[in-house]
Ligand binder design. Structure first.
Ligand SMILES: Nc1nc2c(ncn2[C@@H]2O[C@H](COP(=O)(O)OP(=O)(O)OP(=O)(O)O)[C@@H](O)[C@H]2O)c(=O)[nH]1
Ligand SMILES: [Mg+2]
Length: 258
């Protein structure tokens, strides 16, 4: 029988908190929590940030937190109303830092981001000293779900090119949402000052990290399609995503002016 592989030090003592924003993810969340907690990372914790989901995801999260099987490793932050993925992440990451996390991961609840990459994100951070390690769909070896049609692929590629044209960052996947941050990098970014409420949060975080001189490293991931439930990408989110890069560039230029 093969000997089970157990991750050695420093994986085994790394305090990683995984922040997961949820809005109507009742079918996905229990699966995600089980998979994340099954990883060979004993100091790993989960922070679920729910915006009073009508489908009861918040209650499910509370039950998972209370479950003896999860051993107090799950924390739930409840917010009163849907207020955007960006604001949810700021709340969850702030909580993770307050609770003493040395590393903070972010991932979607819909199982698009395979949890098995988390130890790789951590290993890459430890070996490279990066401030942020990005699970990237657009570096060699990265890939998109086979279920994605031509239209969605083009839209995703176009969104990446659009942001890079305006903000010129040395990253392939500027809209990526599966990442691991070092505590010091998040403190340098000043989470309380993040402007984005929706998906442009990802771009704003990358831009801040880049402008503040954080080392950024990408590793390839395979991006899965959402398993259950519906996307929360609405018109307001799309408009913010289109305008935010211009605002970030304007603010940056204003800050550099004597
Ligand atoms: N708390 C909170 N979570 C949100 C909000 N909007 C989206 N989310 C969560 O953020 C994650 C990403 O949202 P998705 O709807 O999957 O967005 P997407 O990946 O661009 O869309 P799909 O490709 O269709 O899945 C999911 O875990 C959502 O439940 C929000 O306003 N509040
Ligand atoms: Mg999704």
């Amino acid at each position: 029988m093969p000997t089970p592989v157990t991750l050695p030090d420093p994986w085994s003592r790394s305090k990683v908190s995984v922040v997961v924003p949820t809005y109507n993810e009742a079918d996905n969340l229990p699966v995600l929590v089980e998979r994340v907690l099954a990883l060979d990372l004993p100091e790993l914790r989960l922070v679920v940030v729910d915006d009073n989901s009508p489908d009861g995801t918040g209650d499910i999260a509370d039950k998972l937190a209370a479950d003896s099987g999860t051993d107090g490793r799950v924390t739930v932050v409840h917010r009163t109303a849907k207020d955007g993925l960006g604001r949810a992440y700021v709340a969850g990451m702030t909580r993770a830092l307050d609770d003493g996390a040395d590393f903070v991961a972010q991932m979607d609840a819909d199982l698009s981001h395979p949890p098995g990459y988390l130890p790789h994100l951590l290993g890459t951070m430890l070996s490279t000293g990066a401030g942020v390690v990005i699970g990237s769909r657009y570096v060699p070896g990265g890939s998109l779900s086979e279920q994605w049609g031509v239209r969605r692929r083009l839209l995703s590629g176009w969104a990446n090119a659009y942001v890079k044209t305006i903000l010129a960052m040395p990253i392939r996947d500027v809209t990526a949402g599966f990442k691991l941050w070092r505590r010091e990098a998040l403190l340098a970014i000043d989470l309380a000052d993040i402007r984005s409420s929706g998906y442009s949060f990802q771009v704003e975080m990358h831009f801040r990290a880049y402008r503040r001189g954080q080392k950024m490293v990408e590793i390839p991931i395979h991006f899965e399609d959402r398993q259950e439930g519906a996307s929360k990408m609405d018109l307001a989110v799309q408009v913010e995503s289109a305008l935010r890069p211009f605002r970030l560039r304007r603010d940056e230029r204003a800050a550099r002016r004597p």
